[in-house]
Design a protein. Structure first.
Length: 82
C-alpha cells in the first residue's frame, strides 16, 4: 500500500502479509486508487468484478480479527446512503 499524506504530502509505503493481495488479484484487480476523503468511515467491499465503498457502522471502533466475521454475512450498505 502506498499513500500520500494530506497534511504534509509525504509518501509512505506499507506492506501486509496474508492472502489479501492474492485474493485481490484473483478477483481481477491489479490496483485500487482512492482519491479524496470520505465524510464518514467506510470500508472497501470487493466481490469479483464489483467494488464499492460501504458505510462502516457495524465495526466502527473495533480492531483486530474480531470484526472479520460480521460483515461477510451482511450486505454492504452503500457509502452514499443516508
Amino acid at each position: 500500500m502506498i499513500t500520500k499524506g494530506a497534511l504534509t504530502g509525504a509518501i509512505a509505503c506499507s506492506n501486509s502479509g496474508g492472502y489479501w493481495g492474492a485474493e485481490l488479484k484473483f478477483a481481477g484487480w491489479d490496483m485500487i486508487i482512492f482519491e479524496g476523503k470520505s465524510p464518514k468511515p467506510v470500508y472497501l467491499c470487493i466481490e469479483d468484478d464489483k467494488a464499492q465503498t460501504a458505510r462502516c457502522r457495524l465495526h466502527l471502533g473495533q480492531i483486530g480479527v474480531g470484526h472479520r466475521t460480521g460483515h461477510q454475512s451482511q450486505a454492504p450498505e452503500p457509502a452514499d446512503a443516508a
